[in-house]
Design a protein around this ligand. Structure first.
Ligand SMILES: NC(=O)c1ccc[n+]([C@@H]2O[C@H](COP(=O)([O-])OP(=O)(O)OC[C@H]3O[C@@H](n4cnc5c(N)ncnc54)[C@H](OP(=O)(O)O)[C@@H]3O)[C@@H](O)[C@H]2O)c1
Length: 261
């Protein structure tokens, strides 16, 4: 599969570039912002691979030329322009960019009417499997178990809770629709209500991303945990998703489709 990388100079973009060849992908385009320090640099050199013959560009249209799929790890502000051009140039989109607003979400749906689109706040295959296990556990354990989610990330992360924690909360509410989110407790919070699910965030150090869903029942507890030990797992999942999307009809896809093949 021929890929363009949108956000090619970023931590995730470079990880995608490093792993592309091993995952059966050829890089044909690399896009950065107009003010990027990496503008005009070879994407392979940026990623520590040596020269691969693809220079970064801020011209999204030309960066997409010849690509089957664009892999995007950039910013929510940059994504709408990419989606417009991907629609125009008929290029499938895998996006892992987080903190999208409602208009960006709508644009993903609009683009999916024209090209295949997969957006995932966590492109790790393990997290998707965790989400399925969480729904199963919530279903089987039922109302006698309280469910709470705790996530931990490095000290530089600016948003909370993580997109993945929210994804896991939805995996719980898929089986327990009555649960309403609570994002912290302090002071005279009163006893826990049976219809709440707390989502709590720890921040510190260099933690790439840990998520635990706690099922707290009478006389027993179940804890389902995913720990990321390298950013490469997100890049590998995005490359797997790109291979999966290549040649698929227009529509919205999710990581769960990639796992099921
Ligand atoms: N889905 C997942 O599994 C997953 C995993 C990790 C991270 N993420 C998300 O992925 C995104 C990127 O994360 P990161 O850690 O790689 O961030 P980062 O290191 O800050 O990289 C951001 C990239 O976006 C580029 N960019 C900014 N504005 C742009 C524009 N207008 N046009 C084209 N490119 C533009 C930047 O280029 P220049 O600055 O060089 O211009 C840079 O290459 C974040 O939203 C993060 O939350 C998702």
């Amino acid at each position: 599969v021929k890929i363009a990388i949108h956000g090619a100079s970023g931590r995730m973009g470079q990880s995608v570039a490093r792993l592309a060849a091993g995952e059966g992908a050829t890089i044909v385009g690399a896009i950065v912002s107009p003010h990027s320090k990496a503008l005009g640099h070879d994407v392979g050199e940026l990623a520590g691979l040596g020269i691969v013959g693809v220079e970064t560009t801020a011209d999204t249209g030309s960066g997409l030329l010849g690509a089957d799929v664009v892999i995007d790890f950039s910013t929510a502000a940059a994504l709408p322009h990419l989606l417009q051009l991907a629609m125009r140039q008929k290029i499938a989109v895998v996006s892992g960019t987080t903190r999208l607003d409602a208009s960006c979400e709508r644009l993903l749906d609009e683009a999916a009417r024209v090209v295949p689109v997969l957006w995932a706040p966590n492109t790790s295959v393990g997290v998707q499997v965790l989400a399925e296990l969480v729904t199963l556990a919530a279903e089987k354990l039922g109302l006698r178990f309280d469910v709470e989610i705790v996530e931990a990330h490095h000290r530089a992360k600016v948003d909370a809770p993580s997109g993945t924690a929210e994804r896991l909360r939805q995996a719980v509410t898929a089986a327990r629709a009555e649960l309403r989110p609570v994002y912290g407790r302090e002071g005279d919070a009163g006893p826990r209500r049976p219809d709440e699910i707390a989502v709590l965030a720890l921040r510190g150090g260099d933690v790439i991303g840990d998520h635990t869903v706690h099922f707290l029942g009478p006389g027993e507890r179940l804890e389902l945990t995913h720990r990321a030990t390298s950013r490469d797992l997100f890049a590998r999942g995005a490359l797997q998703a790109a291979r999966y999307l290549h040649g698929k009809p227009a529509g919205r896809y999710a990581m769960v489709d990639v796992i099921r093949g």
